[in-house]
Design a protein around this ligand. Structure first.
Ligand code: DX5
Ligand code: ZN
Length: 224
């Protein structure tokens, strides 16, 4: 099943609740929340306080993408604020297995993320622990960057590995998802599509979300 996860990074924070509602009306089923600390990535965004506000504004699951160093220190606060899913970067975790289990002990779905320069092989020992794998298709830190085509083979690889090993993680992709790229992304195996710029940067988030999902579903039909 394909799901759209609108990323609030490109939304208008002055009317965030309304923007999230519009994206949900357009078919968004997960709200992607980009947490940046100015250390792991060269940008700063938001923390648990905003997640707490968002929690009151939507019933949809909140997918917190932690682009931060030392995530263990903040996982309890994000869980307390209302996060439903939490993902951490393999590049930021010294004790990845411990961190993923920490997310789970707080009752959240646990995801692991790989940057464009990190191979899928780096995840071999945690694929049976995670609920989802997030493939970054841009270098994390900013919205509206161009899609890196090298990510496609990682999506295929993750799909094949899951089947071969009888595992159950879902496959998420983040960065440069647009009407131009979504077809190839879906055909490669992505199931959860994060999109910020394509949903929030112009026009009506409801219409943008609808169009993106329509293009994604059409691509799944082409595959058969
Ligand atoms: C980038 C973030 C993304 C970002 C994607 O570091 O992780 O979630 O919002 O943005 P777009 O869809 O604009 O490429
Ligand atoms: Zn993200």
């Amino acid at each position: 099943m394909i799901e759209l996860a609108p990323s609030i990074l490109s939304a208008d924070f002055a009317c965030l609740g309304e923007q999230v509602s519009r994206a949900a009306e357009g078919g968004g089923t997960v709200i992607h929340v980009d947490v940046m600390d100015g250390h792991f990535v060269p940008n700063i965004t938001l923390g648990p306080q905003l997640v707490k506000s968002l929690r009151k504004a939507t019933k949809l699951p909140l997918d917190c993408h932690l682009m931060i160093e030392n995530p263990d220190q903040y996982i309890p606060a994000f869980a307390e604020a209302g996060a439903d899913w939490m993902s951490v970067h393999v590049e930021a975790c010294r004790h990845l297995d411990r961190t993923l289990n920490l997310i789970k002990t707080h009752g959240c779905h646990a995801g692991v993320v790989i940057n464009p320069a990190t191979p899928v092989d780096a995840l071999s020992e945690v694929l049976d622990v995670v609920d989802y794998v997030l493939v970054m298709s841009v270098n994390p830190g900013f919205g509206a960057q161009p899609f890196i085509p090298n990510s496609l083979h990682k999506l295929c690889q993750l799909k094949d590995l899951r089947e071969r090993k009888g595992l159950h993680y879902r496959i998420e992709v983040d960065g440069g998802v647009s009407l131009d790229t979504v077809g190839q992304i879906v055909r490669a195996g992505a199931e959860i599509l994060v999109a910020g710029n394509a949903v929030f940067s112009h026009g009506d988030p409801m219409v943008n979300a609808q169009q993106l999902l329509k293009a994604a579903f059409e691509a799944t039909l082409q595959k058969v």
